[in-house]
Design a protein around this ligand. Structure first.
Ligand code: ZN
Length: 119
């Protein structure tokens, strides 16, 4: 990947290459100027449109994963979608070690000292 290319272009190029390989497996390189319908898009335009659609879907999936990874999660019950805005009246609470709890119950469980081990 080069610096001049956006990640979207890079993904699209990869998908386009895969598409062209798939369509040209048993023949010569496809004619990029070929139009299936008169006045319709050329093969190049169709491949580019599909490639960018796939690239966008891939980027969206990456963003979703990144958002999920950075979203706070209750360290006790695993609840996500916590409100992390200070003073908004929510029951969420961040512990001094950076973990989050969703409710007073979870906060109590997270902060109570470990029970003494039986003798
Ligand atoms: Zn919880």
């Amino acid at each position: 990947m080069t610096d001049q290319m956006s990640l979207r272009d890079y993904f699209a190029a990869r998908f386009a290459a895969a598409l062209m390989t798939a369509t040209s497996a048993d023949s010569d390189l496809p004619n990029l100027d070929y139009r299936r319908e008169a006045g319709g898009p050329t093969l190049a335009e169709r491949v580019a449109a599909i490639a960018y659609r796939l690239a966008d879907a891939m980027l969206l999936a990456r963003e979703d994963r990144a958002a999920l990874a950075s979203a706070p999660q209750c360290c006790m019950c695993g609840k996500t979608g916590l409100s992390t805005v200070e003073g908004d009246g929510g029951s969420e609470c961040q512990l001094s070690d950076g973990r989050w709890t969703c409710s007073f119950e979870c906060w109590e469980r997270a902060t109570e000292p470990a029970p003494p081990s039986p003798p």
